[in-house]
Design a protein around this ligand. Structure first.
Ligand code: BES
Ligand code: MN
Ligand code: ZN
Length: 500
């Protein structure tokens, strides 16, 4: 899918389709108005006769509109103008995209970017239009023999900007949007692959090939022997019950100055979480193939960062393993020693994410980073607390938390902060080790974050719990969302802009 920006009158576009908005009730957007005038009132006539009244989600395709050069006009219902907020705007774009994709038009010029969205500027609308278009065309059919592809799919979308002088900014917005789309696609593809294909070795091979394809990027993979030698007893306790060997993936991107400390992103890569000996109930267990969505998100973010050639240094760490029951598996009550030297009593083998993340967080110290952010489908408790709308956010450094909250708002990929107060730390007390790996029935998302915070003392650190946001559950729409790639890429873009 290609994107471009352009400035010009809708009636003069030589294209397969011009896309314009109609507000409820029966009010034309400026571009629709222009087409209406040029054609001597064709659009308003149709509206008057009642074929379209601008309700959200309505679409109507017109052919051979008088005095208009394009082959078709797509009218898209936008609902009430004053209700047009982020989510509505994205819905409108997605609706237009699906309709276009099912007509014969393989390219189009869209004027939906001129709609007024509350509190948002042109750059935002352009970037979101690219993201919503790219996102709504996403399909995961790699494993289906019969692909459900339209005969003439949409291949190029040109977005309108109000003035010629908006073109440079517009191009930049589109370029960022396209990189985010690609990053999300990477994340979704990896996460949607089933656990028998997407194993720790699969993720490692994927990262290795990424490293080979870009000269600013290098990949390294630590195997179980090298992790054992380093002393990653916590991470290896999770893979003990699996036939698939665990890996620690290290991707290093150098786009900034040599001496500039990197930002480190750590992604939880549990390619299947059965719970281990603390086995999960059967219902919906298939969805635990998505327990590597943190890994998928950081790999997707790295991809976008490389595409945009961001002038910064970025390290991605992915501890990856399966969590399986077996004769060799870790048992409740076992005590292990983490890379940090701290000992952990594993009271529940299903609280495995923190066990692999803590060793990766300690490993991150060697980069002397300013900032480390981990991303993990960590707790069901986070979903209970916040639902499936925002990511749960925790941080030991308030400015970092604020930067991430702001990035989420700007990118329409929001997070919500939960408390990381010391008052909760006692819930992790153990009679037999430095700490337990679970904190009891209350505040489970918080005690999980408290656990991680004990391994993140040497740098500014934030933790995103994406258990509710990384995928859509259920029967019909089941699949990875690609979140929080937009938030993370926005954060990186903001870092570049504040540094220069
Ligand atoms: N991967 C799960 C968390 C999860 C559960 C994400 C459901 C999305 C949906 C994690 O490894 C886990 O099992 N967490 C336990 C922790 C508990 C044992 C303290 C949980 O949330 O139940
Ligand atoms: Mn688990
Ligand atoms: Zn898990």
């Amino acid at each position: 899918m290609k994107f471009a920006v352009k400035n010009g009158n809708p009636e003069k576009q030589r294209t397969a389709c011009v896309v314009v908005g109609i507000y409820e009730s029966r009010r034309l957007s400026p571009a629709a108005e222009q087409l209406d005038e040029a054609s001597g009132g064709e659009l308003s006539g149709i509206i008057r006769r009642g074929d379209m009244d601008g309700k959200l989600g309505q679409t109507l395709i017109l052919h051979a509109v008088k005095n208009v050069i394009c082959d078709r006009v797509l009218m898209v219902g936008c609902g009430r103008e004053r209700d047009l907020v982020d989510r509505r705007y994205r819905d409108i774009i997605a609706q237009a995209t699906t309709t276009l994709n099912n007509t014969g038009a393989t390219e189009a010029v869209s004027y939906l970017t001129e709609l007024t969205v509350r509190g948002r500027d042109d750059r935002w609308k352009l970037r979101q239009a690219v993201e919503a278009t790219g996102g709504s065309l996403y399909q995961f059919d790699a494993l289906k023999r019969e692909k459900d592809q339209p005969r003439r799919p949409l291949r190029k979308l040109t977005l309108s900007v109000p003035n010629r002088r908006d073109l440079p900014d517009g191009n930049r917005a589109v370029r960022e949007g396209a990189a985010i789309v690609e990053g999300m696609r990477t994340a979704r593809d990896l996460a949607n692959q089933p656990g028998n294909i997407c194993t720790p070795s699969y993720l490692a091979d994927y990262a290795t090939s990424m490293g080979k394809n870009h000269k600013s990027l290098s990949a390294r993979v630590l195997n179980e022997a090298s992790m054992a030698k380093l002393g990653m007893g916590s991470l290896l306790s999770v893979s003990a019950g699996s036939e698939q060997p665990a890996k620690l993936i290290v991707l290093e991107y150098r786009g900034g100055k040599k001496k500039q400390p990197p930002i480190v992103l750590v992604g939880k890569g549990v390619t299947f979480d059965s719970g281990g000996i603390s086995l999960k109930p059967g219902k919906g267990m298939d969805e635990m193939k998505f327990d590597m969505c943190g890994a998928a998100a950081v790999l997707g973010t790295m991809r976008a960062c490389v595409d945009l050639e961001l002038p910064l240094n970025l390290v991605v760490l992915v501890p990856t393993t399966e969590n399986m029951p077996d004769g060799r598996a870790t048992k409740p009550g076992d005590v292990v020693t983490s890379l940090s030297g701290q000992t952990i009593e594993i009271l529940n083998t299903d609280a495995e994410g923190r066990l692999i993340l803590c060793d990766a967080l300690t490993y991150a110290e060697r980069y002397e980073p300013t900032t480390v952010i981990d991303i993990a489908t960590l707790t069901g408790a986070c979903v209970a607390a916040l639902g499936k709308i925002p990511h749960g956010l925790f941080s030991n450094h308030e400015p970092l938390a604020n930067d991430l909250l702001a990035a989420g708002k700007a990118a329409a990929d929001r997070a919500w902060e939960l408390p990381l107060w010391d008052d909760y730390q006692d819930q992790l007390n153990s009679n037999f080790a430095d700490m337990a790996n679970i904190g009891g029935p209350y505040g489970g998302a918080i005690t999980a974050a408290c656990f991680l915070s004990r391994f993140a003392k040497k740098y500014h650190w934030a933790h995103l719990d994406i258990a509710g946001t990384a995928w859509i559950s259920g029967d019909t729409n089941k699949g990875a969302t690609g979140r929080p790639v937009p938030l993370l890429v926005q954060y990186l873009l903001d870092q570049v802009n504040t540094a220069t």
